[in-house]
Design a protein around this ligand. Structure first.
Ligand SMILES: Nc1ncnc2c1ncn2[C@@H]1O[C@H](COP(=O)(O)OP(=O)(O)O)[C@@H](O)[C@H]1O
Ligand SMILES: [Mg+2]
Length: 254
């Protein structure tokens, strides 16, 4: 199985003597959806931010394309940033309130256009590209001219997903992408994510405190508690007796 990115013995601390991420080793396979589950405060978002390179790490390494990120040249790091996109919990905070949806959608493409070779999307004109993105995330065409406050939460999250996939990354880190949405929109977004993955073939690191959501979307599941990775298994093995006791506890409440 080819690995998109590997984390080895990752450590991150905000306060001396307390590790928010404690020696976590985890790889994300090409084309898979890996779920990362655990209670609030266990270190999921910290792990995500370390992986995205927006947080420095205090130990361990992140390997992309066979090389540690720490040694990456500016050009390699830029390539990494293009290939590892993200979708956060709160789409309102992720979208510039003063930008029309179409301009937000075009932003990543315009940033990376000179080094991009798109396989699925085609850029013939800005308008056509925006239309293609809106269609892919099942949003009406006319939304492109609107501002974020004129969209529902679910629609805004579709826009941030469209933006993330627009430059065809290898991996999308989704940090609680449905947590701010109502139940109906949550289900719809999970379905959309599954179908996008089938069409585009990228990997997901899907982070959630909700084991049911992770179970619905992911092929493998990682369980964190107090900064540590306690369990990692194929979804089919969730009811296996060798699951960690903490995983069994989580299953008990889902
Ligand atoms: N920027 C920060 N400064 C200090 N402590 C932080 C910061 N971000 C997170 N933490 C702490 O690190 C731990 C892990 O937090 P976080 O990664 O946000 O957990 P999760 O995403 O699983 O809810 C928590 O104890 C949290 O309070
Ligand atoms: Mg979090």
């Amino acid at each position: 199985m080819r690995r998109v990115v590997e984390m080895h013995d990752l450590k991150k601390s905000y306060t001396p003597g307390k590790l928010a991420v404690n020696d976590v080793s985890l790889s994300i396979h090409e084309g898979e959806s890996l779920g990362l589950v655990g209670e609030s405060g266990c270190g999921k978002s910290t792990l995500a931010r370390c992986l995205l390179g927006v947080e420095t790490i205090d130990g361990g390494s992140i390997i992309f394309n066979g090389d540690p990120l720490a040694n990456a040249s500016r050009k390699d790091f830029r390539n990494y940033r293009r290939n590892v996109q993200t979708v956060f919990q709160n789409p309102t905070a992720s979208l510039n309130p003063k930008m029309r949806i179409k301009d937000s959608l075009l932003d990543p493409y315009l940033q990376f256009q000179h080094e991009l070779q798109l396989g699925h999307f085609h850029f013939s004109s800005k308008q056509a590209f925006v239309q293609q993105l809106l269609e892919t995330v099942e949003l009406p065409k006319e939304l492109g001219d609107r501002f974020p406050h004129e969209l529902s939460g679910g629609q805004k999250q579709r826009v941030t997903i469209a933006r993330a996939i627009s430059i065809e990354p290898k991996l999308i880190v989704l940090d609680e992408p449905t947590a701010s949405l109502d139940v109906l929109s949550q289900g719809a977004i999970l379905k959309l994510l599954a179908s996008l993955q089938e069409t585009l073939g990228m990997s997901y690191l899907f982070i959630s405190h909700d084991l049911a959501a992770v179970y619905q979307l992911c092929q493998r599941i990682a369980v964190m508690k107090d900064g540590e990775l306690l369990d990692l298994f194929d979804k089919e093995d969730i009811y296996d007796n060798q699951r960690h006791n903490y995983t069994k506890e989580l299953i008990g409440i889902f």
